[in-house]
Design a protein around this ligand. Sequence first.
Ligand code: UTP
Length: 415
Amino acid sequence: MNYEEAVELLKKHNQEQLLNFYNELNDSQKESLLEQISNINFELMQSLYENLYVKTLEENYIDPIENAVIKDKMSAEDKNRYSEIGASAIKNGELAVCSMAGGQGTRLGHEGPKGTFVVDIEPAKAIFEILTDKLKAAYKKYGVYINWYIMTSEANNDETVKFFEDNNYFEYSKEHIKFFKQGELPLLDFDGKIVLQEKGKIFRAADGNGGIFEALCRNNIIQDMQQKNIKYLCIGNVDNILINQVDSLLIGMMKEKNYNLASKSVPKKSATERVGVFGKINGQPAVIEYSDIDPEMARKTKEDGTLVFSESHFGCNIFSRELLEKIGNKKLPYHVARKKNMYVGANEEMLASIEANTYKFEAFIFDGFMLADDILIFQVKREEEFAPIKNKEGEDSPQTAKELYMNYVSNNNHD
Ligand code: UTP
């Protein structure tokens, strides 16, 4: 795209500000900016801006999930049978795991990718090392190296890869680890204008963890899975140090019952806990965000006093390869977040703000659930599988995660 073409395109979409500083750039910066402009999907950005305030859920019909399988209530016989089926699938190489590590981790405020954050367990370990330990334990148990796909972002990919290289992949098999980058979308100011991070650089940010489906297809990960005959991918949040992604019981149950999607849940702590809960939206499996569930619905209880919408989603989901491909070929909706960012203003000053000043658009992994015919919800115990690191202090912080982790390892072994 040349300069004149860019001017025309930007005029058409009311985004001429992107060339405000063009004349100050050197030749390679100019070329790069034109290329960045040619890669923007302006129609998409416009429709995202126009639909900012549309609340879709209100028009929809929300039902609770009735049939979650509760691990604690399963018979020992069923547990053993499914675990055996799952174990042979794992030994057969049918399971791979994926860590979603492309997030910004703004609440934690750690410099660098979240997976490089060192947790003060004994001995202290980075999150990535803790996750690697689980795969090393699986190797001991099943005699196979489980393939590990790690989703990064443009912003943190190089640092993530370097961290693994510098640490010799924590002695895991290097050939079984693959990094892939998720997509990005430009940020908008509150008038719908795309903003510049630098005079020659459009401000883009990762497109949310729901970008994983498109990224798995674009980066040929699905193809890689096919070549290796991997049938299931357990996708998990990078920041849960008790995550159990090599779960023979759950894989066995999925296989036996022919599910393409299984999702782990923990019971909601209270009606007001800020977590997404499983439900059905217009009959389709879904997760309803805490901000979208009305308080009355959140408080509703069953006869036994437990919450009707109780199964919380915590980011540990197993997809069949076919389902991943199906979702990857569809467009998921984007959700808007209002974020504080520093960008180049019209008068070339850097605009910082103590208030949110930009719109960021993110897809969510659980919106992909709507494309599954059915979902196996598997309720596990919080203290066994869920120790998230989200905030610097207080709830879901390194301190709470450390305590949960130390308690768990002193009492149990996964799987
Ligand atoms: P969160 O929504 O908790 O976001 O991500 P975050 O980036 O870790 O933290 P905050 O909200 O900025 O404080 C849940 C999981 O999804 C991943 C995260 O890395 C985490 O494992 N994620 C999130 C991505 O991989 N990409 C994204 O664009 C967003």
